[in-house]
Design a binder for this molecule. Structure first.
Ligand code: CP
Ligand code: NVA
Length: 303
């Protein structure tokens, strides 16, 4: 593994390996066992979109690993004034040991990796959010103990989260059901990938149908970063795509609820469902820290 650009690039074994390392790092942190395995290394963190969890968990994680995190706002970098990604990649490779980037176009992340000579980590693009899904999978395994035979259900926008969840959940052996409005489906290449899993993948535009007998129900905002002007149109298109008590009643006993956060209560999820499942949802947020530390160790140690 040289980069984390999207989950499709990783084998099932590589994903499980990262989850195992994340579990170990979490255990060590909770038991006061120091793990300064990235001592002397610097991670540049480029953000051209807002963030709470990604920024704070990467920054804290790098510190816990003995390294140095550097927050770089897209507006303050020369990228914001038009300096090409390929030049930025080559310059930053001379100073840093790794880059985490959150931005709009997946092609910008791929270009950084192509022209740079250091590991690149995708901290969210319009296409995918692999770091989030590693934390989600880690949390599912914590709660359920395994992936085999579990039914994972995503309700809502076929966006970056849906794209990464479909790939990640299928790769670790779960079956996946998705409910999205017809005009808001996941990316075509992701659907193509999912089709190769036969009846382990199911897509519908009926949320209640997708949620039946689910072991994990997941949702995300209806309007992602960069789509703010579509808010009203989306609110209409996603009517009925809410995780609420009626939908939860159809799921398997012990079904967990996940949300990458931030959540919009009363839209994609009700206040009562979110609060009833707050333990799982905030464990999931915590696991961003542990999962991303595993990614940084895997990519940046001994490099
Ligand atoms: N889930 C997630 O990536 O959160 P932030 O946007 O706060 O980083
Ligand atoms: N789909 C959301 C995820 C936020 C973590 C967005 O891109 O804004």
């Amino acid at each position: 593994m040289k980069h984390l650009l999207k989950l499709g690039d990783l084998s099932s074994e590589e994903i499980i390996g990262l989850l195992n390392l994340a579990d170990q790092l979490k255990y060590e942190l909770k038991n006061g066992i120091e793990h300064h395995v990235l001592k002397g290394k610097t991670l540049g963190m480029i953000f051209t979109k807002s963030s709470t969890r990604t920024r704070v968990s990467f920054e804290t994680g790098m510190y816990q690993l003995g390294g140095h995190p550097l927050f770089l706002s897209g507006n303050d970098l020369q990228i914001g004034r038009g300096e090409p990604i390929k030049d930025t990649a080559r310059v930053m490779s001379r100073y840093l040991d790794g880059i985490m980037i959150r931005t709009f176009d997946q092609s910008d992340v791929e270009e950084l990796a192509e022209y740079g000579s250091i590991p690149i980590i995708n901290g969210l693009t319009d296409y995918c959010h692999p770091c989030q899904v590693l934390a989600d999978l880690m949390t599912i395994r914590e709660y359920k103990g395994h992936f085999d035979g579990l039914k994972f259900c995503f309700i809502g926008d076929g966006n970056n989260m849906a794209n990464s969840l479909i790939v990640g959940c299928l790769k670790v052996g779960m079956s996946v059901s998705i409910a999205c409005p017809d005009d808001y489906q996941p990316a075509e290449d992701v659907l193509e990938f999912a089709k190769s899993y036969g009846d382990k993948f199911f897509m519908t535009n009926k949320p209640l149908e997708a949620a039946k007998n689910a072991d994990i129900v997941y949702t995300d905002v209806w309007t992602s970063m960069g789509q703010e002007e579509e808010t009203a149109k989306r609110a209409k298109a996603f009517e009925g795509y809410q995780i609420n008590a009626e939908l939860m009643a159809l799921t398997n006993e012990g079904c967990i609820v996940q949300h990458c956060l931030p959540a919009h209560r009363g839209e994609e999820i009700t206040e009562d469902v979110l609060e009833a499942h707050a333990k799982e949802i905030f464990d999931e947020a915590e696991n961003r820290l542990h999962a991303q530390k595993a990614v940084m160790v895997e990519l940046m140690k001994d490099k």
